[in-house]
Design a protein around this ligand. Structure first.
Ligand code: A3P
Length: 334
């Protein structure tokens, strides 16, 4: 049985001329790009309109140089803390539903992060993302416009979430990962940075719009989902995912209750309580390790009400309304 993902791409050698050129460009960019306050590290860098950490700025350069997409690729794209982990589990189990029984599933022994790896953390040597067979599945937090042009032929599933819940989830998550050399980041500081758009992979609104606009132009190529609709009508979304990934749910599967099995397997309660997701850490490249349990906090709609004041709510809702005006994106004030 094949493994996840294999690293047979570019070689990794100190005398790799191309790689050294990228390192030089990275160094130059760090010295010249506009800087903003980082959540996890000291600074973020504004690269082509989006805020990236040092590590992900380099990853962007590497992806543009080394990554070769396939037209059959299906990419899960999201802003951090929008439900990526959930979608990883759902997409993987929907696409591979013939491969595993629901009583003895890959996800019982492996974290959702391992089922669909991130493009930007496997850049040197570049992973080839080969799993069992086409289509390849991988994920990204990069905005649509930061991805290489070759990826315009891929299919994308984008998951978007209410920015107030994203902010709170991200602040709590990053507080655990923040460099110990820095003072803790208060919610007020995080809020201010978020509103200014200074947030890893952000601004949030431009990130969402980059995929939303692309989904309007090519609805067959980009499936735009919302965390909240997934919470309210998971069976509708799973069927949409199955159709979009080219594996519609058959009548026979409907009779057997396959959609319900996928939803149960990937539910917050089930995944959070699996031993494999309670202990140990997921590794993201060489530099980042995250305790698996940190990906499962509350999994609710509207937890922001326990953290944000009325004034904060009004400010974010105002920004959202203004940024999304005329786009057709509505319903984020809940
Ligand atoms: P909260 O912090 O609000 O609980 P991401 O996977 O993009 O990092 O997003 C993490 C958010 O999704 C967290 O939100 C987490 O609890 C929630 N989440 C993780 N798995 C989930 C699931 N199976 N169902 C619903 N929400 C889930």
């Amino acid at each position: 049985m094949s493994t996840f993902p294999s690293f047979t791409g570019s070689k990794c050698e100190e005398d790799d001329v191309e790689y050294n050129k990228i390192c030089d460009k990275h160094k130059h960019l760090l010295e010249t790009l506009p800087k903003g306050g980082g959540w996890m590290e000291h600074h973020l860098y504004n690269y082509n309109g989006f805020w990236l950490s040092q590590m992900f700025l380099k990853a962007s350069l590497l992806v543009h140089t080394y990554f070769k997409s396939e037209p059959t690729d299906i990419v899960l794209a999201s802003f951090m803390k929008s439900g990526t982990t959930w979608l990883k589990a759902l997409m993987f189990s929907t696409l591979n539903r013939d491969r595993y029984s629901f009583s003895n599933h890959y996800l019982h022994n492996n974290s959702p992060q391992s089922s669909i790896p991130f493009l930007e953390v496997n850049t040197y040597p570049m992973a080839d993302f080969t799993t069992f067979s086409a289509p390849r599945l991988y994920s990204t937090h990069f905005a649509r416009t930061l991805l290489p042009a070759c990826m315009s032929s891929c299919k994308f599933v984008y998951v978007c979430r209410n920015p107030k819940d994203v902010l709170v989830s991200k602040w709590l998550f990053i507080s655990k990962l923040r460099s110990k050399d820095l003072p803790p980041l208060s919610l007020d500081e995080a809020f201010e940075l978020f509103c200014l758009g200074v947030s890893e992979f952000g601004p949030f609104w431009e990130h969402v719009l980059s995929y939303w606009r692309a989904s309007l132009e090519s609805p067959d190529k980009i499936l735009f989902l919302r965390y909240e609709e997934l919470k309210k009508q998971p069976e509708v979304v799973v069927r949409k995912l199955a159709d979009f990934m080219g594996k519609p749910v058959t009548m026979e599967e409907e009779k057997k209750g396959v959609v319900g099995e996928i939803i149960k397997l990937c539910s917050f309660e089930n995944l959070r309580n699996l031993e494999v997701n309670k202990k140990g850490a997921d590794k993201f490249g060489k530099l980042l390790e995250v305790e698996k349990k940190e990906f499962f906090r509350k999994g609710e709609i509207g937890d922001w009400k326990n953290y944000l004041s009325e004034e904060m709510k009004d400010r974010i809702d105002g920004i959202t309304e203004q940024k999304f005006q005329g786009s057709g994106l509505i319903g984020f004030s809940e």
